[in-house]
Write a protein of this length. Sequence first.
Length: 178
Amino acid sequence: MRPRILRLIGRFLFTVSNVLPPSQGTINVGQRTLRSLAVRLIVSKCGTGINVERGARFDSSLEIGNRSGIGENCIITNKVKIGNDVMMARDVLINPGNHNFSDTNIPMNRQGAAPKKSVIIEDDVWIGSRAILMPGVTVGHGSIIAAGAVVTHDVPPFSIMGGGACQTIEMSQITTLN
């Protein structure tokens, strides 16, 4: 873990960088470099060549691999490990936490939080806009998560998953626009 003062400096720099344009825009004032430096000061493990867009929110326990990107307005809370060469579109939600709900005699809001379960995103994964990854899932190497998908279980390597409760999409179901 980084010393607290470095994490605070990183948070300040990231907050400042959020008023700058997106990294992919036509105006380049070093926003990608500034955000990358800020993230490096905040997170527990950070690879090289990362890109974290403005508005992203993440915990200091995040681990992010080489050449991976986090899109605008993504929310990533603790116990998340992102591999190398991961592409994440805007508005992705990754939350490894949940509430206890096993005792039907006690309201759920009084049962407390369940233990957090790590979310692991292996190398070379593409996650579409507004996808949601639930606690404890692993997204296998080379997989694609469709926009708006809700991932409730592990994703096998080299899979394409989509839908409200993710299902494997067969290659014959994919249409392309020419």
